[in-house]
Design a binder for this molecule. Sequence first.
Ligand code: SAH
Length: 259
Amino acid sequence: MLDKIRVVLVNTSHPGNIGGTARAMKNMGLSRLVLVDPMDFPSGEARARASGADDILDAAVVVPTLEDALAGCSLVLGTSARDRRIPWPLLDPRECATTSLEHIQQGGEVALVFGREYAGLTNEELQRCQFHVHIPANPEFSSLNLATAVQVLVYEVRMAWLAVQGQPTKQEKVESTAMLNSVPVTSDELERFYAHLESTLVDIQFLDPQKPRHLMSRLRRLYGRSGVSKLEMNILRGILTETQKAARGELSKRSDEDV
Ligand code: SAH
């Protein structure tokens, strides 16, 4: 899932921030770094600050424009240190993380876009994003270091990802419940049940084969309506078998565990 998230840095001036971003990403299990027209890359300083996250730097994709960086993304989230006074849907980092993972679960890809150290993202760039993300820092001092802002967002992504680990998807939940209890019976199983039911009702003289009336069709309607599962069918068939034995006077001794 985390491979569906790319971190996009726009026009970064300090290579140390690129290295710090790579380190933060690797720490949190993200791997896709895209650099839009970086001022100084590749760089020894980036490598030094990456502290071993060299694989992220080596795999970083360098592109000339933000548009290139966003190719294939269906959800774009742009970060901003300031309130730009553009009325735009605004998320905090936690909401950003859950929104991103929900989007990935639906089959999409996500870009988290970060701006220049000296000027952030332009209004035009921010308007390419469906959501803006603001870290609710001290309003008197709200601008974080670029790599630190990346760290905050990717940490929240990791927390949201950990929370959905091991949780079955909606589809898997339906399937596992079905496995336990609600696999519906097939029509031929239902037909065998009706035959068994009919012979049992004859055995206990509830049904007169000479004058059956509409009993069996009414019972078909009843059982057909109730959506019997395989498990429930086994119980019904067991009841019929024991009823027939009782009618013949050969009731078997059952322990409680059998029921
Ligand atoms: N001087 C710039 C700040 C740029 S900080 C300005 O006033 O906009 C560099 C980048 O770090 C920002 O573009 C943004 O991507 C990220 N960043 C820093 N502080 C942030 C915050 N509080 N919320 C969200 N992103 C932040």
